[in-house]
Design a protein around this ligand. Sequence first.
Ligand SMILES: [Zn+2]
Length: 278
Amino acid sequence: MRTRISVLCAILLVQTPARESIAPAQPVFAYPCDDYALGLRRGTKFGTLIQSKGTPFSGTWHLADDLALAAGTPVRAIAAGVVRYSDFSPTWTDAKGFVHWNLGNVIVIEHELKPELESLAAVCSFYVHMAADRRVEVGELVERGQLIGRIGADRSEENGRYPAHLHLGIHRGAYVQITPAFERSLVRAAASKQGLRLGDVVLRGELELRRSGDSDVLISSKSGPEKALLSLLVGSTAPKDPPADIMNWCEGYGPKETLADWLEPSKFLARHAARAAK
Ligand SMILES: [Zn+2]
């Protein structure tokens, strides 16, 4: 009897870890639209340098994949997560004269990754140039594949006056974070001859950046009393002409160094999405 039990134990000991390692990992992501591969072939790819003249984005880099699909195409959440932004982003000029460009209707979803995926604890998906009938609100929990809205009408006010397409970005990390590219740009400005000018304040030398509240960053000079508060909220300005007080999180284009803050959506989805793109 004792022999039989010990044999059984030995079998269990051998089998248990093997069974766990066979279990397939659940796919975490899904494609946002039917005909994804077709839309991708027709659209502007991640990392493209924009060279067309007459646009405020000339000379900057595309931080997303554009899916050129018909207006009205359903758009679905690429993973489970929480909605962080769901709003219309019109063109307007702020008090300092900076133009904020119309992105149409925009949705941002934050996806926590447990366990981490490619060393990332979270990513945020950006859906830009959507139709006005967005199906989700800020704070709402969504499932992978849940309908969140539709691609906006061609060259309409609701989509920001662009040809009909979905601008799909996947940002590394959690929502409202101090991104490395953002921090470097401030540090570089503070080290320059002119210093970092934020409103009436000029900061010079070494900086300290600290999150302050839900969406602000307190920036202080290590060598003096100067301090300034910057917002991390979604923005939509031309990257070469940004207002000083927002991080331009949701800009569709950025300086080359900003590319590292984003993932290449088509490649990331090819590695982790539930089904092959059509
Ligand atoms: Zn785009």
